[in-house]
Every structure is written in C-alpha cells, then in structure tokens.
Design a protein. Structure first.
Length: 395
C-alpha cells in the first residue's frame, strides 16, 4: 500500500497575493526538515501540500513527527493512496483505517471530488464508503455533527483516504517574517521567547554572552542543548558566543554596584545590535517579562532599550512565570533550563539593584568606561557554530 502525508496550510491561506510565496517557503522548510528521513516529492494545490515518499526506505513515521513541529501548518494527516476506482477505494478504506475505526463509536464520511471526471458525485462516494464501513464495523454509528472519526476520501490525481487530521504547529513558515536575533541565556524564558517568535515566521539567529572563567563550558553546553530543542521547531540556528568577561570586570571595577545589571544589559544590547547588522537581523528577541526581576521593571527596560537601534521583541513580557513554564515544558526546554549552571547575569549580581533607574544617571554611571572599545573587542571575539535538532552541526 502506498501512503503519503497531506498537509493543510495554516494562517498563510489568508495572505492573498503573497500566498504562493508563503507556500513556497513552507514547502522549502518541510523539504529541508524531512530530508534526513528519505527522498520525497512535494506537490501543492488548493492549500494542500502532498508529500509522497519516493523510495521504500523513506521513514514516514519520522517525517510525520517532524512535520508536527513545522510552523505554517494548520493540520496534517497520513493518507492511503488508491487508484481512482470506486471498488479499489471501497476495498482499501476499511483496511487502512481499521485501528481508528475499531476504537471509534461514531463516524462520518466526507468525499471531495476535485477531479470532476470521476463518474460518481461526492454524496454518492460518501454513501458507498459509509455503507462499506458500516458493513465491516457493525458497532459504528453515523454522526454527522460530532463524529469520533471523519473518514475523508479525496479524488485528485489519485484517490486519497484518510482519517482524522492531526493539529499542526500553527503559526507562519519560519523565514516568512525575516530574521531576528535571539539573546539566549541558560534560563527558562529566552528559549520560550525564541520559540514564540519562530512561530510568527521569524528565522532565528542566536547570541550568547559568556564570561569565562566565571561561567563554565558546561553553561555554554546548556545553551547549545536549549537551542537544539528550539531548533526542532525553528530549524537550524547559528549561535554566536560573545566573550563578555572584560566588560563585566570593567563594570565591576568602575561603576556603582546598584547599576551593574542595567549597564551590563545595555552592553548586551549594543553588541547585539552590531551583530544584527552583520547577520541581516531586523529585531532583537529577549525573554524579559515585566517585574520578573529588578532589571525588568518598566524603567529598567526603558534604559535598556535606549541603546538599541533595532526593535526589541519580548514575547513573554505580559506572561506569568507559570505560563512561560508551561510552554517550556511543551517544547522540552524546561528540564535543561533548571540545570544549575551559572549565567553571566548571575556572576556579579548586585545586592541592591536600582529598580527605578533614570537614564541620565545610568549614562553618567557608565560614562567612565571606554564603551566603544569594549564593544569592539567583544564583537571581534565572537565565535559561531550551527545548531540543529540533533545538536551542534559539523559545517
Ligand atoms: P532567562 O530565563 O531567559 O534567562 P531571566 O528572567 O533569567 O531570563 P535575565 O537573566 O535578566 O532574565 O535576562 C533577561 C533576558 O536577557 C533573557 O531572557 C535573555 O534574552 C537575555 N540574556 C540574559 N543573559 C544572557 C546571556 N548570557 N546571553 C544572552 N542573552 C542573555
Ligand atoms: Mg537569566
């Protein structure tokens, strides 16, 4: 039996004239993501992408699992392929959907005839397939309003038979909204922020600030592990690691303690903006949430943003920790995030940080530093690796 995967476009179906560009991008993303699982052919028509395995060894289970995490997909299902012959369809439907039909109590059949040359009408197909299923599974009842299983028969180039559609990851195809730079720490919030913006179609580039020897290689490994989980949804992420030790030491040496964190965050923003420019990113993405910590009060965020010449996206801004944690569990980053490895933020945490900093005071406090020189040296020390869902890539 030949089996395929049918994919229904998500929100991109709404995009009018741009639609085919979005669809092309979706197909490109799916193609790239299921490439490890075999060779497949892709066809799109009427907001459906048909994925057909081209060799016998193609792993359809793995491909379907991968597809469940590709953004831009409203729903997907596996389908059996039959010849466009009603007897073949009637023979295959009860066999292919046996497990699902045995479990269900109620069902209905929907037929869609895109090929108008097919000799039976949609209602005729539905009635015949329904009759055949009742005959094979006498325990079933028909329920057209709210059935446990909807058996769909589509007559296109070939006949496709499928059961219930599974829910897709939603959102927009990654890349369709451009590229953004994710400030990724080892915490709970920033991986969630990356996931949320990737869902809106943003292709993620990562930046991480490391302060060896105060922070260890193990905490960098943690960031790799987190991004690898995010990459299950977003696709490959280039991670840039910035040497941040000199900056943190200079801040500690020369600035008032109560401003340590806010000044450090302003350095992160400046360097991130520099990198955004060279990596074609048009927004920064952080995991900040109002009032979560001292550096995330409204005034502190204002002081942070004052040095950014890019929009700063903070998808967690209005979320409770509980809500953020729920997402982090879903995307499997939570257990990694709670591993106890130090982050550069925690290295020189002041005892009494200013919660209501005023911009002129912050500017005065940092004015003793050679801001430009420090940023330039940190920027020049950036190293870069590629991360995908199986870990660090060899490229
Ligand atoms: P998270 O759980 O994401 O670490 P947090 O609540 O602990 O967030 P902070 O540590 O104040 O908050 O960091 C706020 C945001 O700044 C993070 O969400 C992240 O986007 C960014 N950030 C913090 N530390 C780093 C770092 N070492 N490298 C890159 N970005 C960082
Ligand atoms: Mg943190």
């Amino acid at each position: 039996m030949k089996e395929i995967i049918l994919i229904k476009d998500g929100e991109l179906a709404l995009k009018g004239l741009n639609r085919s560009t979005f669809e092309d991008m979706l197909v490109k993303n799916i193609r790239w993501r299921i490439k490890p699982f075999g060779s497949f052919q892709f066809k799109k028509s009427q907001s459906t992408v048909t994925v057909t395995p081209l060799d016998e060894n193609a792993d359809l289970d793995a491909a379907a699992d991968e597809i469940s995490r590709v953004f831009g997909i409203a729903g997907y299902s596996r389908a059996a392929v039959a010849e466009k012959d009603i007897d073949k369809i009637l023979a295959l439907a009860p066999v292919y959907l046996k497990d699902q039909l045995e479990e269900a109590e109620t069902f209905k059949v929907e037929a869609k005839r895109s090929d108008k040359k097919f000799p039976l009408t949609s209602p005729e197909i539905s009635a015949m397939v329904g009759g055949k299923i009742l005959e094979s599974f006498p325990h079933l009842r028909v329920n057209v309003k709210n059935p446990d299983i909807t058996v769909t028969v589509e007559i296109r180039d070939e006949a496709y038979i499928r059961g219930n559609q599974l829910k897709g990851a939603g959102g927009m195809p990654v890349g369709s909204s451009g590229r953004g730079l994710l400030l990724i720490s080892g915490g709970i919030d920033s991986p969630v922020a990356g996931y949320m913006m990737a869902k809106r179609g943003i292709d993620l580039v990562g930046i991480h600030f490391a302060s060896p020897p105060y922070t260890s290689l193990r905490s960098e490994q943690k960031v790799h592990d987190l991004l690898s989980k995010v990459a299950r949804y977003s696709g490959r992420i280039w991670l840039h690691t910035v040497p941040f030790t000199e900056i943190q030491e200079m801040i500690r040496e020369k600035c008032p303690e109560e401003y340590f964190t806010i000044i450090m965050r302003r350095f992160m923003m400046r360097i991130s903006c520099m990198l955004a420019e060279t990596t074609d990113c048009h927004a920064l993405i952080t995991g900040e949430s109002v009032a979560q910590v001292a550096s995330q009060t409204m005034l502190a965020l204002g002081c942070t943003d004052a040095v950014a010449n890019q929009p700063v996206f903070r998808p967690c801004i209005g979320m409770d920790k509980e809500e953020i944690i729920r997402i982090s569990r879903k995307i499997e980053t939570f257990d990694i995030s709670i591993q106890p490895f130090e982050d550069c933020c925690t290295v020189f945490t002041p005892k009494h940080p200013k919660t209501k900093p005023h911009l002129p005071d912050v500017e005065a406090a940092e004015s003793v530093l050679d801001i430009e020189g420090l940023c330039k040296r940190a920027f020049e020390g950036i190293t870069r690796i590629a991360i995908n869902s199986s870990g660090v890539e060899n490229v």
